[in-house]
Design a protein around this ligand. Structure first.
Ligand SMILES: C[S@@+](CC[C@H](N)C(=O)[O-])C[C@H]1O[C@@H](n2cnc3c(N)ncnc32)[C@H](O)[C@@H]1O
Length: 204
């Protein structure tokens, strides 16, 4: 078992927060693996909103999900309707609010570039911070946000620092925040995890 594979830890962190019928968000759909995982957690009665700015990524995600027999639609801006299945959204995740019709129980962001795609198209600091800030604000009580961060590509170290600062600043009264990383590999991907408290009382 590869203990440094952050995607596996990311899913293990998100899984307990997600129940059948929930709303979940994939801020970076890419090839669709994380979207597929979220759908498997929320089931046919739930909904996954999955964002990507690249047509190639949306096509790959669509193919993966369709092959798995999952209902996929392209989503229009939220009209208040509760929806089901996966909704692939060809828009910048900074526009999350336009599409979110409820409080998600789980949000994932796998940063960086599409594996096997154009490595110059990466997530960017401003969009990432905006999307994660709104995700944290809109997250349901008891919900979880997980971000896999890749400091190794051009611009990645700056984005890693900005996202780490954002998570570090989440108030401890409302959030439990963790970081997981391989200590003996320079510039290795790492995982940031934030769990929102269940109820309104502060953590002890
Ligand atoms: C590492 S890949 C995601 C991998 C994916 N979660 C999976 O399971 O295959 C990062 C993706 O983020 C997308 N991306 C970059 N900037 C974005 C933005 N501002 N909004 C939405 N998606 C973005 C890229 O196009 C790329 O497909």
């Amino acid at each position: 078992m590869n203990l440094t594979r952050m995607v596996a830890h990311c899913r293990n962190f998100l899984r307990p927060a997600l129940n059948p019928g929930d709303l979940a968000v994939d801020l970076t759909a890419g090839a669709g693996q994380d979207t597929l995982f979220l759908y498997q957690c929320v089931g046919p009665g739930g909904c996954v909103l999955a964002f990507d700015i690249q047509a190639e990524a949306l096509g790959r995600a669509m193919a993966l999900l369709t092959k798995a027999g999952i209902p996929v639609t392209s989503l229009h801006p939220a009209d208040g309707t509760r929806r089901r299945g996966v909704q692939l959204i060809g828009d910048d995740h900074r526009n999350l609010d336009k599409y979110l019709w409820g409080s998600p129980r789980g949000v994932v962001a796998n940063l960086g570039y599409l594996p096997g795609g154009d490595p110059s198209i990466t997530t960017s600091i401003q969009s990432t911070l905006q999307a994660l800030t709104r995700s944290c604000e809109r997250l349901a009580a008891g919900g979880r946000v997980a971000v896999v961060v890749y400091p190794g590509h051009p611009g990645g170290a700056e984005e890693a620092e900005a996202v780490t600062n954002l998570f570090s600043a989440l108030p401890a009264r409302t959030w439990q925040v963790l970081q997981l990383q391989a200590m003996n590999r320079r510039q290795a991907p790492f995982l940031l995890m934030a769990a929102k408290k269940e109820d309104k009382r502060a953590l002890p």
